[in-house]
Design a protein around this ligand. Structure first.
Ligand code: KG4
Ligand code: ZN
Length: 353
């Protein structure tokens, strides 16, 4: 079964052809990073316009790269939320028009479910039930994932998402946008134990995350230590950056990862699970992958990540998530609308209709 996936929820216009929910025949991602980077974050109106300009080209390229024709498609899947409403509408409207004209089933997919399924493209054997952590620029959500369509939200961030925490430190230090990849690189040159950032204390018994305290502590440290922003030239030779700055970046990343480990540990004590699955842009982080694998596999719990290219937004994950619904004979009506705040909940019918 050949599914065309389309993703346009934020600042990537993406299309992918995925066979039987697993085999990626092509995956095209047009990133808008350059357009938004001078603003230090995504500008919604600019994002929508870019999606309009790119979507036809991206989908055409996706078919060409896979040497497939419209008539080879069995279904069309598209992100319907959560995300920026204008950006979502571009993909959703285009996908609906395409599916209607080709007489194909059409499915609206939850972007977070897409991230969760990005793991199964390479690890179809990943054991369930699992603790599934989605760590991206917009979300830090921990689910108990029991099977297709069955997600229980165990914890979420009370303020910033983990990726946002990376982006905000990068913005303050003028390291560029998005901040995660550059912090990942610079952190390798610093001492992660140099600055002791404390874990946030959530007073009730919840497993929720919080990253705004870490950000505030880092900003205070930058001011008190007089750390200057980095110039683009200086970034070309990172090993020459001040040890104080490199230590800060390494310690900050270390503290963010320590919090994620802490919550996963606590969740493991509460729920009986067979694996840990970590997806979303931040799951590309090298230190995060290393620490999570070391900590939990030592305890006998396998840890799975998507391949690095599938951690950030892409359309292969959207096609993969839709495949399981197609197998169950499910699709969506033409009246389906975009939902910028779409939740992923226990009941498939509630979450995906
Ligand atoms: O999943 P994604 O592409 O978009 C959302 O759905 O939000 O994630 C983007 C986020 C950004 O905040 C970016 O800084 C972060 O993922 N990110 C990373 C790394 N690569 C991307 N964070 C830490 N380390 C990385 N290597
Ligand atoms: Zn995402």
């Amino acid at each position: 079964m050949l599914v065309l996936g389309i993703e346009s929820s934020c600042d990537e216009t993406a299309a992918a052809l995925v066979e039987d929910g697993r085999r990626i025949l092509s995956s095209v991602v047009a990133s808008q990073v350059k357009i938004h980077s001078s603003f230090g974050g995504v500008v919604p109106e600019l994002a929508s316009r870019e999606h309009i300009d790119n979507i036809v080209i991206v989908v055409d390229q996706c078919l060409t790269e896979a040497s497939k024709k419209w008539s080879d498609l069995d279904a069309i899947a598209v992100t319907r939320g959560p995300g920026l409403v204008g950006a979502l509408l571009v993909g959703l409207t285009y996908a609906k028009g395409l599916a209607f004209s080709l007489g194909l089933p059409f499915l609206g997919v939850n972007h977070l479910e897409g991230h969760i399924y990005s793991i199964f493209l390479d690890h179809p054997q990943a054991e369930l039930p699992a603790l599934s952590l989605v760590v991206s620029g917009g979300h830090t959500n921990l689910y108990l994932f029991e099977g297709p369509g069955h997600y229980e939200l165990l914890a979420k961030t009370r303020d910033d998402a983990a990726g946002e925490a990376f982006d905000k430190l990068a913005k303050k230090l003028e390291l560029g946008y998005p901040g995660g990849p550059v912090i990942d690189r610079l952190a390798r040159l610093g001492n992660p134990e140099a600055i002791k950032f404390t874990l946030p204390k959530i007073s009730d018994q919840s497993l929720d995350f919080s990253f705004s305290g870490l950000k505030t502590a880092a900003l205070r440290y930058i001011e008190s230590a007089g750390i200057a922003p980095v110039t683009p030239d200086a970034l070309q030779e990172p090993e020459k950056l001040s040890p104080q700055l490199l230590d800060l970046v390494a310690s900050y990343q270390n503290a963010a990862i320590a919090q994620l480990v802490d919550r996963l540990r606590k969740a493991r004590e509460l729920r009986s699970i067979r694996s840990i699955q970590i997806s979303g842009g931040v799951s590309c982080n090298r230190q995060l992958r290393h620490v999570m694998t070391q900590v939990f596999e030592e305890e006998g719990c396998p840890v799975y990540f998507p391949r690095p290219a599938l951690t950030t937004d892409n359309a292969a994950m959207i096609a993969a998530a839709a495949y399981h619904r197609l197998l169950a004979g499910s699709s969506d009506p033409w009246t389906l609308s975009a939902d910028p705040n779409l939740a992923l909940s226990v009941n498939r019918d509630q979450s995906l209709q």
